[in-house]
Design a protein around this ligand. Sequence first.
Ligand SMILES: C[S@@+](CC[C@H](N)C(=O)[O-])C[C@H]1O[C@@H](n2cnc3c(N)ncnc32)[C@H](O)[C@@H]1O
Length: 291
Amino acid sequence: MLTIKLQSLIMNNQVKLDRYKQELAKIYSQRSQNYDESKWHSQITHRLVEFAQIQPGDKVLDIATGTGHVAIEVAQLIGDDGRVVGIDISSGMLEQARKKVAQLNLKNIEFQLADGENIDFPANSFDLIFCANAFPLMADKAATLRLWSTFLKPGGYIGLHSIAETGFTGIVVLEKVLENHGINLDVFHLSNTVNTIEKYQDLLTQADLEIISVEMENHGSYLSLEDTKKRWNLVYYPSPGNIPNPLTQLSSEEIEQMKAEFEEELEQLITPEGIWNNGTTFLVLGRKPVD
Ligand SMILES: C[S@@+](CC[C@H](N)C(=O)[O-])C[C@H]1O[C@@H](n2cnc3c(N)ncnc32)[C@H](O)[C@@H]1O
């Protein structure tokens, strides 16, 4: 029953999405107007672009572009001979990206509403493919990476950035509290496939990509208790294995009890600077062999 539900494709504007992705798209569209308030995202996407060493004239695909952090920075580096395509399932995120492009008057960039797991570009057409802060959200990571590698020119690169299992602190605490109640939420779907350097290396190898670099970098900052408590809202973040969300099966008393336990746990973590929000990330770079 659950599998049938997940596989049934539903139209959302012009992109066909299953229920998991419909929910994701809705969450990001709701968040789109405030998304750029997070300094972390722009810092980390800048780090990914820097890591990949863009060349003038490059043709670049930015998958799950969101409000275009990566795509817009790349467009400013590749010049008039280069081209960037940013794709995303959230029309709200793309609307913000398009507004920024219009303000900057960039002409070498376009955005398309599309599912990164179901895209079709000509083979061997991009020098670089990026996916920042979103690869773990792909339901079938191995198949998706294999698909993306077909769009790369020989010698082209795939650059991924994603959060490690230790981040973010509020989410780790949230998952622990829910686990104590028998609920496995796995926000951002980090477990099993993308939680170690070796697993990223393995995914690159399965996609016939050369491993150029897989690194973990320490990032983080202090957040106020109030802001960390807001992570509670992520209990409704969709996951392929959690449709419908398990909390919808619980009574309001049980949910309030878990929320109280979550807040108590956070209170134990307060320091004079606030709560340390661990933002450790993976930076991954693979290359398509030249033959
Ligand atoms: C955390 S945001 C990252 C946005 C941007 N890459 C950045 O780093 O700022 C995750 C984005 O992934 C998008 N997304 C999730 N699953 C997707 C999929 N299957 N195909 C395309 N976009 C997807 C969401 O709509 C959202 O905009």
